[in-house]
Write a protein that binds this ligand. Structure first.
Ligand code: FE2
Length: 432
């Protein structure tokens, strides 16, 4: 999954960097914080810390360490996520019951595997290093995925605590809603998918042709203020706006606002990683499901972009990969800022729902062996999201990256960018 050139020094330096970042993110959390599983989709922080360690132990050390044996036999079972080829695993919804090993023991496990990995990287011959480098690099990106999940998951854990504890960060100054503009894209026969240098997951390949009718994309994400208008217009109550499955969830689960919103004396508040505050109308709406994003687009007389439309528009725009990602340490979406005539909030802030089902690209080939279970087997009943969010590690966002969640998922930091056909529309802001 890579064409990056590595030597043992650069691999070791990157290994230390990625591993240290996970520990920095976990540092504000007590052992008790790190143990709780607040719903089946959430994993405890210490489980994330152990599982990414298990990944290196299983897919690197077991493959090359002379006389290999696991640090603890039980960990092989406890911290396997979903790799059937590796062996049996502990039930995901019960991860919060693993009170032992404790957070401190997980730290010991991490330290042991770190030392063994450094030994391997300092001692293997060039041929072995070339063979190991792709899976070690996959381990870096895997750990970064879990860094993002760790933050999404602890946000939910802390939201269930009546004391509303703060993880880190501070709210941004209250923002003014910015006019929405549109960026026109010609379309035609275009190419999407990864090609050339740099890391990519197997699901981003191969690059292939797609036909796009002319279209336009909103130049920023939908804001909380706009979402409040949708709610005030009985958006959650009007069946005609919703897909049937979405409507069923609204009724079954009582949805009437985004996931982390709560109403107190007629005022809407939002839970964030830095506390609970009145909803800021200028910030992007976040923690909405695909169903909600789709219903909002219908209400607005627009639609969601396909993943091909999103990727092609971003490539055409020629934007650098930068934005409000996890290295900014805001841990929350920020306002779009003034119009530029180009797409804003492409990378960072919120993962953007697309209208595309998560399917293999034409010619998709999963990697051989257990690593082939990484992506391919999840290609049903999920929708693609693009762009990254405020919890995504820097270096883990790119134009071809395909994230995916089930239609009803709301705990991920997901938002909405509108699309429209190529015909002129009435816009309140800049029309590029
Ligand atoms: Fe994983």
């Amino acid at each position: 999954m890579t064409t990056t050139t590595w030597d043992s020094d650069s691999l070791r330096a990157r290994f230390d960097e990625v591993r240290a970042e996970t520990e920095r993110l976990a540092a504000p959390l007590s052992p008790e914080d790190q143990t709780v599983q607040s719903m089946p989709d959430v994993s405890p922080t210490k489980w994330h810390r152990a599982h990414v360690t298990w990944f290196f132990e299983t897919f690197v050390l077991a493959d090359c360490e002379p006389g290999f044996s696991p640090f603890q036999d039980a960990y092989w079972f406890l911290f396997n996520s979903y790799y059937e080829s590796v062996g049996p695993r502990y039930a995901r919804p019960d991860r919060g019951l693993i009170t032992r090993p404790g957070a401190h023991d997980v730290g010991t496990y991490r330290g042991n595997v770190d030392a063994r990995m450094r030994d391997v990287l300092g001692s293997v011959d060039g041929g072995t290093l070339d063979k190991l480098a792709p899976v070690i690099e996959l381990g870096f990106h895997h750990e970064q995925q879990h860094q993002e999940l760790l933050l999404m998951d602890i946000k939910h854990v802390l939201s269930r605590n009546p004391l509303q504890p703060v993880y880190a960060g501070a709210p941004s100054p209250r923002s003014e809603p910015d006019p929405l503009g549109w960026v026109d894209v010609e379309g035609g026969l275009v190419e999407i998918g990864h090609e050339g240098e740099g890391f990519r997951f197997d699901n981003e390949e191969p690059r292939h042709r797609v036909w796009l009718e002319p279209y336009r994309l909103a130049d920023r994400l939908v804001t909380n203020g706009e979402w409040l208008e949708f709610m005030a217009d009985n958006g959650y109550g009007r069946h005609e706006l919703w897909l049937s499955d979405g409507r069923a969830r609204v009724v079954q689960d009582g949805w009437r606002a985004p996931f982390y919103w709560s109403e107190l004396d007629g005022v809407w508040f939002e839970h964030t990683l830095h506390g609970t505050f009145p909803v800021d109308p200028g910030l992007p709406v976040s923690h909405v499901s695909f169903y909600e994003a789709e219903a909002y687009a219908t209400w607005a007389g627009k639609r969601l972009p396909s993943e091909a439309e999103w990727e092609h528009a971003v490539e055409q725009d020629g934007q650098q990969v930068r934005g409000n990602l996890a290295d900014a340490r805001t841990f929350h979406p920020r306002a779009a800022g003034p119009s530029t005539g180009a797409l804003r909030q492409v990378y960072g802030d919120c993962w953007e729902w697309t209208s595309s089902a998560y399917h293999p690209y034409p010619g998709f080939q999963p990697a051989p062996g257990a690593i082939g279970e990484y992506n391919g087997k999840f290609m049903s009943n999920q929708m693609v999201l693009r762009g990254g969010c405020a919890l995504t590690p820097a270096g883990h966002a790119r134009a071809t990256y395909r994230n995916f969640f089930p239609h009803g998922a709301r705990w991920a930091l997901s938002g909405v960018r509108l699309a429209d056909g190529g015909a002129p529309v009435r816009a309140t802001g800049v029309v590029a």
